[in-house]
Design a protein around this ligand. Structure first.
Ligand code: PGA
Length: 286
């Protein structure tokens, strides 16, 4: 099997692993000969990429160990959120320039826990996406329906609304600054489909449910490109990751779906042994 868009395995550590635990995780990964699985595959010319999205206090520790090990081509370090403004009175927030200063160029945006507990909206997620992309960041933008939306058959309507509002807000953000999102920017965007009912619950979407939602998102991008009146991420080349109770046991089945281009993994990314198994599952489909 081959994956035309490559495969990204991104671990979302949430509020776990301070700097000491981060160093310990990476040290163990090194002992497990982490890079060999990924480097051998990468040398075949297709992209298999790992990433860890770590707590803010652990970014520098992760960055420096990964640099020292020479793994920066295969394992990226990312933030779990970043503000759209570059600086200012936004207590508790991190910005693109602050992250760049410590060598971080990847951020997660619009995670459902940010939406659920911290008031993030489609609009703020869209602004963060636009701002970070325009600063040269790689961005993973999360969307996904909750349990009652799935039960009442509204999954696609919800995804469509989330994408519409986020990309409209991204466009307004750029226009208000006289900027434009170009194909170079869009090439750094991945969308993560994360059904809220599957996050941290052990209830994974079946491969059929994941493929159905991923294809819907890709088709939405294709159709909306003709009607939106402003640029959108390209449908065929934008990576769409699945997230929600991914484990080493169910990841292969999800990756077998043609429109699943990787995973955004919480719980199963916290232990190096398990993270490596996810990478190895991804290596099988590259
Ligand atoms: P989970 O989390 O893998 O623990 O369900 C996924 C996520 O929230 O990104």
């Amino acid at each position: 099997m081959s994956k035309p868009r490559g495969v990204l395995v991104a671990g979302n550590w949430k509020m776990n692993h301070g700097p000491a635990a981060t160093r310990g995780f990476l040290e163990t990964l090194g002992k497990l000969e982490f890079p060999s699985a990924i480097v051998q595959r990468a040398s075949r010319g297709r992209a298999l990429q790992g990433a860890i999205l770590v707590p803010a206090v652990s970014l520098e520790a992760a960055r420096s160990v990964i640099d020292a090990q020479g793994w920066s081509d295969v394992l990226q370090v990312g933030a779990q959120n970043a503000h759209f403004e570059a600086s200012g009175a936004f207590t508790g927030e991190l910005s693109g320039p602050l992250l760049k200063e410590i060598g971080v160029n990847l951020a997660l945006v619009g995670h459902s826990e940010r939406r659920q507990y911290f008031g993030e909206t489609d609009e703020s997620a869209g602004k963060r996406t636009a701002s970070l992309l325009s600063q040269g960041f790689e961005v993973i933008l999360c969307v996904g329906e909750n349990r009652s939306e799935r039960k009442t058959g509204r999954t696609k309507a919800v995804l469509s609304k989330q994408l519409t509002e986020a990309f409209q807000a991204a466009q307004s953000w750029m226009t208000s600054r006289g900027l434009e999102l170009t194909p170079t920017h869009w090439a750094r965007l991945a969308i993560a489909y994360e059904p809220v009912w599957a996050i941290g619950t052990g209830l994974t979407a079946s491969p059929e449910q994941a493929q159905d939602a991923h294809l819907f998102i890709r088709t939405w991008l294709e159709k909306s490109a003709k009607t939106a009146g402003f640029p959108l991420p390209p449908a065929q080349t934008t990576a769409i990751l699945y997230g929600g109770s991914v484990t080493p046991d169910n990841f292969s089945g999800l990756l077998a779906c043609p429109d699943v281009d990787g995973g955004l993994v919480g719980g199963a990314s916290l232990k190096p042994e398990s993270f490596l198994k996810l990478i190895e599952a991804a290596a099988q489909v590259i």
